[in-house]
Ligand binder design. Structure first.
Ligand code: SF4
Length: 232
């Protein structure tokens, strides 16, 4: 019994190692994806750093398109953190009520604005740990904001990035949080600088959850996704 368990374990390890991508393959895959979506930092509309933070908070469980529709009215009166105090919580909730979880998100926006004004003179700190101490700002939100605002070397792992990385076989993980930790160790500083937005857009428009466009995929030859054959 012990022997068979050992053999099974060795076989799984061999399969795992055989399917792991080399550094060169990872580099080629990421550069290929980037080439398809050059010079795009985010699809969220904003004019000031604070507006970007607000838009990213609103985008949790909501499409960027919906957020952009919602923020037209909001950003008309809110440019900087100090402007949030001109609105009551009820007014803010009403302005963002078309996005999911708008009540919580409105509270987060108020909390972030107060903290920014009180402790940071209205300027968003370029520090991953500090930014995560803001209300409603988790690791993904913080990484997206810092990567867009300050070109910081962070990959904000959302469901798109998690799905694409697993399908291709760059990671084998169960949750976005696990993918985030793996990518943190696996990718180079330079790769983290450029790959976040191309990966998000690739997952959003090409390697989609339900119908990935495998037959026209630029990274098909390196992809481990078993269904890519049947999706021709
Ligand atoms: S081959 Fe298909 S599953 Fe693999 S990355 Fe391309 S679109 Fe996604």
């Amino acid at each position: 019994m012990e022997f068979f368990r050992f053999v099974r374990m060795m076989i799984s390890l061999l399969v795992l190692f055989a399917s792991m991508k080399t550094k060169k393959e990872i580099s080629t895959i990421l550069r290929t994806v980037e080439a398809h979506y050059p010079d795009i930092k985010t699809e969220l509309h904003y004019e000031t750093p604070f507006q970007l933070l607000v838009a990213v908070i609103l985008s949790a469980q909501t499409t960027d398109k919906q957020v952009n529709k919602t923020t037209i009215a909001l950003f008309h009166c809110v440019h900087e953190a100090k402007d949030v105090s001109k609105l009551t919580l009820k007014e803010l909730e009403n302005t963002v009520r078309s996005v999911n979880f708008y009540r919580n998100k409105a509270k987060f926006i108020v909390g972030c604005a107060e903290k920014l004004v009180r402790e940071f003179d209205g300027i968003i700190p370029n520090d991953l740990k500090i930014l995560q101490t803001f209300p409603g700002v988790g690791i993904k939100t913080a990484k997206v904001v810092l990567s867009v605002l300050y070109d910081a070397p962070y990959v904000g792992v959302d469901t798109h990035v998690h799905r694409v990385m697993n399908r291709i076989g760059i990671v084998k993980t169960k949750t976005p949080e696990e993918t985030d930790r793996k990518l943190d160790k696996l990718l180079t500083h330079e790769q983290k600088m450029f790959v976040h937005h191309p990966l998000v857009l690739f997952g959003r428009y090409h390697c989609t959850a339900r119908k990935p466009k495998c037959s026209s995929c630029p990274v098909r030859e390196w992809c481990d996704y078993p269904d890519k054959i049947t999706l021709e």
